[in-house]
Unconditional design. Structure first.
Length: 103
């Protein structure tokens, strides 16, 4: 039984299972027929925009900083003991996140 759970044997088993499911799905799907509708961009029934959006990096950096502050703060609080200093740090973390959200 341990041989079946070894990583190479388990990987091979999952590859075979995935191939069987893939083959069954292809048979259930039927033949493919090319059409103009299949090559168009889907945007929930609306006409796709003709120009590309260029929002810049500012929104990305705000979100990245939000998650960095949040995750590092949780790591710092989670690695210590619950005491008054952790509560003050948590309040400061909340204020920093509110300031980041409000801009």
């Amino acid at each position: 039984m341990n041989e079946l759970l070894s990583p190479p044997i388990a990987f091979l088993g999952y590859v075979i299972l995935a191939y069987v499911l893939y083959s069954a799905g292809r048979k259930l799907a039927g033949p493919a027929q090319a059409s103009a509708d299949k090559s168009q961009t889907y945007s929930s029934g609306e006409v796709a925009p003709t120009r590309t959006a260029e929002p810049g990096y500012r929104p990305f950096f705000v979100v990245a900083l939000f998650f960095a502050i949040l995750h590092l703060g949780v790591l710092v609080i989670g690695s210590g003991e619950p005491n008054g200093a952790a509560a003050i740090y948590l309040i400061g973390l909340m204020l920093a996140l509110v300031a980041l959200i409000l801009g």
